[in-house]
Design a protein around this ligand. Structure first.
Ligand code: BJW
Ligand code: ZN
Length: 247
């Protein structure tokens, strides 16, 4: 059941921010990071895969693992949660979609102008000069967990390409982060979907909205917030809760 006061807040909102994490893509078969048993960091060591130092130490290990992840995304389809968010954008005066996800399932569900705080699996760039290749990567064929795979070389300088994601210790894209923070501070309602809220500075987004006076709702089977005034938790799967909210 969606609380009546939340329905009212959604009906009257002029600017809605939707802030998503890995949980929004879980029902598409994309593993999250920190869920017990199925989370990526339960099975793989973040420090040896998701840092610039890891890539420098062993480029084929890191590239092959990301190619496996990219393959899983290419094989996946948007789920009812992605579709509901795209639909919501057609029903409110203004919607800003901010995602921490490196997949393209929001775009494939029909969302536009998606703000990717942690980059994209689909936009590799040169580790050395930052140049992006002009031909897209092909369809990878990777076993579970990936295999060692030599990264392609940069056309401009010959150095290795790296995944276009934001690793631990790296700065988030400045314009994306500024736009996300400004939207949070200017919205009437923020819907946070499927995130553990553990990774900064992205995790600041819902709190910024709340402190600026917005209504905040968390959609998560394991809500991780103490609810306060103007704050709701819809305990359940994104693919079930969001279509109900948008109806
Ligand atoms: C469902 C569901 C269903 C399941 N429906 N829900 C302040 C304090 C402490 C540390 C720091 C700090 N500031 C910065 C740091 C360091 C660090 C950090 O935050 N560390 C913390 C882990 C402690 N941050 C950084 O390093 C960031 N950079 C930075 O700060 O730069 C400044 C700087 C420069 C130089 C030196 C130092 C600082 C960069 C962070 C980049 C994070 N990158 C990753 C990997 C991306 C590449 C890749 O994909 O491999 O981004 S980490 C990983 O976590 C990924 C995600 O986007 C991110 C967030 O995870 P998310 O989405 O919340 O997923 P989960 O798995 O955690 O949660 C899933 C949730 O879904 C759960 O709650 C489930 O219950 C739920 N769920 N099924 C709805 N069906
Ligand atoms: Zn280069």
């Amino acid at each position: 059941m969606i609380p009546a006061s939340l329905v009212d807040a959604l009906r009257s909102a002029r600017h809605v921010v939707v802030f998503t994490g890995a949980g929004v893509s879980a029902e598409s078969g994309i593993p999250t990071f920190r869920d017990s048993l199925t989370g990526l960091w339960e099975r793989f060591d973040a420090a040896s895969l998701a840092t610039p130092e890891a890539f420098q130490a062993d480029p084929p290990l890191v590239w092959g693992w990301y190619e496996w992840r990219r393959m899983k995304v290419l094989q996946a389809q948007p789920n009812p949660a992605h579709v509901a968010i795209a639909e919501l954008a057609r029903h409110v005066p203004r919607l800003t979609l901010v995602t921490q996800n490196v997949d393209d399932l929001h775009e494939r569900a029909g969302s536009t102008d998606v703000i990717h705080l942690h980059g994209s699996l689909h936009q590799p760039r040169c580790f050395s000069c930052g140049e992006r290749p002009d031909t897209p990567l092909g369809m990878p064929d990777e076993p579970e967990g990936g295999r060692r795979l030599e990264p392609p070389s940069c056309n401009a300088c010959g150095a290795k390409l790296r995944p276009g994601v934001v690793w631990f210790g790296e700065s988030l894209p400045t314009e994306a982060l500024n736009t996300a923070f400004a939207a949070a501070e200017n919205c009437d309602l923020l819907i946070s979907v499927g995130t553990s809220g553990m990774v900064y500075p992205a995790a600041e987004v819902p709190g910024l909205a709340w402190r600026a006076g917005a209504v905040v709702v968390h959609v998560n089977p394991q809500p991780n917030t103490d609810q306060s005034e103007r704050e709701f938790a819809l305990a359940g799967l994104a693919g079930e809760q969001l279509p109900q909210l948008v109806d």
